[in-house]
Ligand binder design. Structure first.
Ligand code: NAD
Ligand code: FE2
Length: 401
């Protein structure tokens, strides 16, 4: 990467940073309903809506998690259409199927119950409703929606993506294996409902990987050049909450305090990165999701320590600050920073997350994945140090077992 390219990327990022305070930032209104999700249909009816679509996935349906919402709709006479076919790494086809259900039911608003996949699918449906003139690929990138979505209530069941507070919806094109984000302030949900009891049944391997996804959001936002005072604070709080609670939530899923703290941590991390962006960990993870259906959290968990090591001294100072926050001591910023990365590795090991991808990455796919990760990261992500295409290729090879 030559100095002109680097200068152009930094100029682009500085321009976005300068414009950012004038954009339509907001956070979802947090719903605190006495009866939790059971009371949501009543709340929606009170807002003047007559019909709603629920977007969720087959596993949650099987577990009966949406049942209180279904029963509540019946009780208050709110017309309900259910789309329960969301898949992990949701595709354009899935979004279009859900959109059809929305139209068939003459729905007026949307409830998303699930992990990032359900919430993102619901956001993408909302974007298609707001912009019937645009396809999903036409809304890829930043600020391509620009119109108000139908009211969306996001209820996360993982802790997690933070999608309940972010401006992003990540969608996969199953034909081209491309996975990309639609980023627009219109996609920030109007309401979010954080209920930790919905996460107590999350299996350990999903608890761990989705938890490290949240940590990745906080760390990538924090080490980047796109921070505000508020995103820094949010990221610091998230890192502390995740370090203090993730392994407990993994080992003792019924520990409601740990679950609550993780849900908060994921929310803060989402609030940090929605404004301060992510970085190469996510750019690489998205290609693995698109090519091999690698679950998003797992991809980030494996990649995070490798990319942090690659950044080297460009992030010592910031990681040393995070080390201080989680109680890691050392003589110098370098030592603290290295210990912080080691602590992430130890956390991964304690939760049975592998150090590399076993039999996932194929050498022949690397050139195209490099192109896509490069295009996702540049010029948008204000990463602490730039990776060339060659260095990205080496990173993929390093991730191979
Ligand atoms: N919009 C954003 O800001 C944003 C940020 C990060 C990631 N993402 C995207 O979100 C998606 C990943 O979302 P995710 O990691 O939350 O996982 P997910 O939504 O794909 O769910 C993973 C699995 O966990 C199961 N599950 C979820 N909650 C459960 C519960 N409480 N009990 C039992 N099983 C449960 C689901 O049924 C599913 O099988 C990816 O597509 C990723 O790219 C979006
Ligand atoms: Fe993520």
């Amino acid at each position: 990467m030559n100095i002109f390219q680097k200068a152009w990327y930094r100029t682009y990022q500085k321009t976005i940073y300068a414009v950012s305070p004038f954009l339509a930032w907001r956070q979802p209104k947090l719903l605190d309903l006495e009866g939790g999700i059971k009371d949501l249909p009543k709340f929606i009816k009170e807002q003047g809506f007559g019909s709603v679509m629920l977007v969720t996935d087959p596993m949650l349906m099987k577990l009966g998690m949406p049942q209180p919402i279904i029963d509540g709709c019946e009780q208050v006479g709110l017309k309900l259409s259910v789309f329960a076919d969301v898949i992990p790494n949701p595709t354009i086809d899935i979004v279009e199927q859900a959109l059809q259900i929305y139209k068939d039911g003459a729905c007026e608003c949307i409830i998303a119950l699930g992990g990032g996949s359900s919430m993102d699918c619901a956001k993408a449906v909302g974007a298609r409703v707001a912009r019937p003139d645009k396809t999903i690929p036409q809304m890829k990138g930043i600020l391509k929606v620009g119109k108000k979505l139908p009211t969306l209530v996001a209820i996360p069941t993982t802790a997690g993506t933070g999608s309940e507070t972010t401006l992003a919806a990540v969608i996969t094109n199953s034909q081209t294996h491309e996975k990309y984000a639609i980023n627009d302030h219109a996609l920030i949900p109007e309401y979010a409902l954080l209920d930790a009891t919905l996460t107590v049944g999350l299996p350990p391997h999903i608890t761990s990987t989705t938890g490290i996804d949240a940590l990745t959001h906080a760390v990538e936002a924090y080490i980047g050049k796109g921070n505000t005072k508020q995103t820094k604070e949010m990221a610091e709080k998230a890192v502390k909450l995740i370090f203090d609670n993730l392994v407990t939530a993994y080992n003792d899923g019924k520990n409601l305090q740990a679950r609550e703290n993780m849900l908060k941590g994921a929310y803060y991390a989402g609030a940090a990165f929605t404004r301060a962006y992510v970085g190469y960990v996510h750019a690489i993870a998205h290609t693995l999701g698109g090519f091999y259906h690698t679950p998003h959290g797992l991809a980030n968990s494996v990649i995070l320590p490798h990319v942090l090591e690659w950044y080297g001294d460009s992030i010592y100072k910031k990681l040393a600050k995070l080390a201080d926050i989680v109680g890691i001591t050392g003589e110098s910023d370098e030592e603290k920073s290295k210990k912080f990365i080691q602590a992430i590795k130890d956390m991964n090991a304690a939760m049975n997350i592998p150090e590399k991808f076993d039999a996932v990455i194929k050498e022949e796919d690397i050139p195209l994945m490099v192109e896509r990760a490069y295009a996702e990261a540049h010029p948008l992500y204000p990463v602490p140090k730039f990776m060339s295409k060659e260095e990205l290729g080496n990173m993929y090879r390093k991730l191979m077992a």
